[in-house]
Design a binder for this molecule. Structure first.
Ligand code: F6P
Length: 359
């Protein structure tokens, strides 16, 4: 290899999701075949920089005798972390030079990209790729992993429907999403939910019960499906939502609290059951749309490196991939559901109770 060959690092950071391996595959193919770059896979996000743990990636190596598992395997072959590591900033930042990187492509969510943008001020050439099942990275219409998670939640909801109808129960499905309701809202529409509760829209027990009762009087079966985002407001008077474990905030519990509250509010007339999908939402084979998006993001990220457009993130705008300044993504913070936007409007228009109408 000539001494002017560029060496680019690639890392996955934050919670994993389906499609990360497809992005790594596309980056490696484009970098090696399209630009003659060398690719280093950084292991376990910033920990790999701090401890200089990286391995060369090549299209041939990833192809595994024609099986090409990177396209369809969830998770990330590079590993990932979504908590602070035991290293000072300079150990992480010096890792970039120590590994001889000319540029770094980081596949991360809003939190990871913000942290990496800060490290990049030490002199890194950084390009970001958005990923998260929460779909809350700002300035992109979609992130890698969201489409698959919507499919996973929708399939689970379809299975809850048959058992719920059989037993005349209200079935409550708690989704991930942290402070954003994109996943619950999209899956709720896709699965024909009767109510979707998300962090961005206040809801009331009276409103929810009215929606459940209306559904039950319309149908011969006394069944209703409620999708609730983990970050949605819990029923009044219940102390669930967020706990601090291992120095990280963990959501969870709102679904069960809701099941109890619905039963109580019905005076015992309704039987409710809660299901928490948890990390099942982050696993499995990526959907074709996620595989395509990951591939397109990966190719465009490498092309940005080749043209020297750094401190940027690849973003989906409609059907086009565009670079956006990473600083703008970071300053915009987590993207929330707009209670007036198209998808919330769609949900209301098909009769889903979405909480109190924000007007
Ligand atoms: O941000 C992605 C996400 O899956 C959230 O939806 C969820 O609250 C969180 O990560 C779970 O994180 P952990 O992997 O630390 O349990």
């Amino acid at each position: 290899m000539s001494s002017d060959t560029k060496r680019i690092g690639v890392m996955t950071s934050g919670g994993d999701c389906p499609g990360l391996n497809a992005a790594i595959r596309a980056i490696t193919r484009r970098a090696v075949h399209g630009h003659g770059f060398e690719v280093l896979g950084i292991e376990d996000a910033v920990a790999g920089l701090a401890h200089r743990q990286a391995r060369p990636l090549s299209p041939e190596l990833l192809d595994i005798d024609g099986y090409d598992p990177m396209l369809s395997t969830g998770g990330t072959i590079l590993g990932s972390i979504n908590k602070a590591i035991d290293a000072v900033a300079s150990e992480i930042e010096d890792g970039y030079q120590a590994l001889g990187l000319d540029a770094l492509i980081a596949i991360g969510g809003d939190g990871s990209l913000a942290i990496l943008a800060e490290h990049a001020r030490s002199g890194w050439n950084l390009v970001g790729i958005p990923k998260t099942i929460d779909n809350d990275v700002a300035l992109t219409d979609q992130s890698i992993g969201f489409d698959t998670a919507v499919r996973t939640v929708s399939r689970a909801a379809a299975q809850l429907r048959t058992t719920g109808v059989s037993h005349d129960r209200v079935m409550i499905l708690e989704t991930m999403g942290r402070g954003a309701g994109h996943l619950a809202l999209a899956a709720g529409i896709a699965s024909g939910a009767d109510a979707v509760l998300i962090p961005e829209i206040p809801w009331s027990m009276e409103g929810l019960m009215a929606a459940i009762e209306a559904t039950r009087s319309r149908r011969s079966q006394a069944f209703a499906l409620v999708v609730v985002a983990e970050g949605a407001d819990p029923p009044a008077g219940t102390a669930v939502g967020v706990s601090e474990r291992s120095e990280r905030r963990h959501h969870g519990g709102v679904g069960e609290a809701l099941a109890i509250a619905v039963e109580e509010a019905s005076g015992g007339a309704i039987e409710a059951r809660a299901t928490v999908l948890g990390h099942i939402q982050r696993g499995g084979e990526p959907s074709p749309m996620d595989t395509i998006l990951a591939t397109e993001f990966g190719i465009h990220a490498v092309d940005l490196v080749a043209e020297g457009t750094f401190d940027s993130m690849v973003a989906l705008h409609g059907t086009r991939i565009r670079p956006v300044p990473l600083a703008d993504v970071v300053s915009a913070g987590s993207a929330r559901v707009d209670p007036h936007e198209e998808r919330a409007h769609t949900a209301r228009s098909v009769g889903i109770y979405l909480g109190e109408d924000p007007q």
